[in-house]
Design a protein around this ligand. Structure first.
Ligand SMILES: Nc1nc2c(ncn2[C@@H]2O[C@H](COP(=O)(O)OP(=O)(O)OP(=O)(O)O)[C@@H](O)[C@H]2O)c(=O)[nH]1
Length: 339
């Protein structure tokens, strides 16, 4: 072959290789489009990249503290996440991506301080691809290969940059969707589920009871003299009291039970599989706990007490009737404090 024929053959070969990579990227994108959660997305994405590009390993290095904490905190906590995501320092990861470009290297000793050592097991070359959200670097995808020639600093990064943009966009979409869902279902101040999720949850319990005849009870809880706390110590202190009450209740109930903020200083606790007598015992336990554990506030102990009303479902009452019954019992206890 003469020189120009060789060049043409090389161009054709490159073009075919590019086409094959573009096809794989397209397939990955199609696979992850259907993912509903960030967990699922990360899992599918990393597996797909690893398999399609026959990599030795793949991991996600997340900057700690992440600049997208508000999006990522509650959502990425599965076992899988713990196995494949690693925290790295922001300034260290940034040094790997001058001008926001991917880093390709087969001189791995230079990266020992930044990348956890065990991630480089069996690796001879790596590609580190920066992921950005809201214009900020928040993570890097680490691709490793046992072949020293697979990634090196003379290799073009066009396809890897495409992969970075697509991954960042997909993650941003799914995280923002999760955040919106979270905001629609959880109370911003106390972090417990809100009334909307409470209604869904109680309805599920009532349906289960109808079908399987399992007991179900709930508590209506109200903070005593809460207005007085607000008036005496200020609204911020009142907010702290509400958060204290919600978090303490959550630690005091069983895993199956759930605490919801109903409104203002009122909470509802659903007691899955428990009858009226058991609900009364929980009410007593919660009431006594707060009597014995004032809230630490400005180096003092601020008395915070609650009143509880209980109601159990008989398979016939509606949600509104159950809540009303518990609220009426609570009102009676307010008049004659529980001991
Ligand atoms: N700090 C704070 N106060 C709130 C919030 N939501 C509602 N409140 C206040 O909670 C107070 C509830 O007052 P009340 O319903 O009279 O309850 P209470 O003072 O505990 O009265 P009793 O239940 O009879 O002991 C009102 O003053 C509301 O303004 C909130 O998110 N933060």
């Amino acid at each position: 072959m003469d020189n120009s024929a060789q060049q043409l053959a090389k161009l054709l070969e490159n073009s075919r290789a590019n086409e094959a990579i573009a096809q794989k990227l397209f397939e990955i994108e199609t696979e992850i489009l259907a993912c509903n959660s960030s967990n699922e997305l990360l899992q599918q994405l990393l597996n797909a990249i690893k398999n399609k590009f026959s990599l030795t390993n793949i991991a996600l290095l997340l900057i700690e503290p992440t600049p997208i904490n508000h999006l990522i905190k509650a959502s990425v906590q599965s076992n899988w996440h713990q196995q494949h995501c690693y925290s790295v320092k922001a300034d260290e990861l940034s040094t790997c991506h001058p001008k926001g470009k991917p880093l390709l290297s087969n001189q791995l000793t230079q990266l020992n301080n930044i990348i956890p050592e065990h991630l480089l097991d069996n690796a001879q070359s790596i590609a580190l691809i920066p992921l950005t959200m809201e214009g900020k670097l928040f993570a890097s995808l680490l691709l490793t290969d046992a072949n020293k020639q697979r990634f090196h600093d003379n290799l073009g990064t066009f396809h890897l940059e495409q992969l970075a943009v697509k991954t960042s966009l997909c993650l941003a979409n799914v995280l923002i969707r999760e955040q919106l869902e979270y905001m629609a279902n959880y109370d911003r101040l106390t972090g417990v589920a809100n009334r909307r999720l409470m209604e869904v949850s109680i309805q599920e319990e009532l349906n289960r009871q109808k079908r399987y005849n399992t007991p179900f009870a709930l508590l209506f809880i109200d903070c005593n003299k809460f207005k007085q706390i607000n008036d005496t110590y200020g609204h911020d202190c009142g907010d702290q009291v509400l958060t204290y009450v919600a978090t303490q209740i959550q630690t005091l109930i069983r895993d199956n039970d759930k605490c919801f903020r109903y409104a203002g200083d009122e909470f509802v606790v659903t007691l899955s599989g428990q009858n009226y007598q058991q609900a009364l015992q929980v009410a007593k336990r919660l009431t006594e706990y707060f009597q014995q554990h004032p809230m630490p506030y400005n180096n003092t102990a601020l008395p915070v007490t609650i009143s509880c009303g209980a109601a159990a479902s008989d398979g016939k009452k509606t949600m509104a009737e159950l809540l009303k019954q518990a609220d009426e019992q609570l009102y009676l206890h307010k008049k004659v404090p529980q001991t």
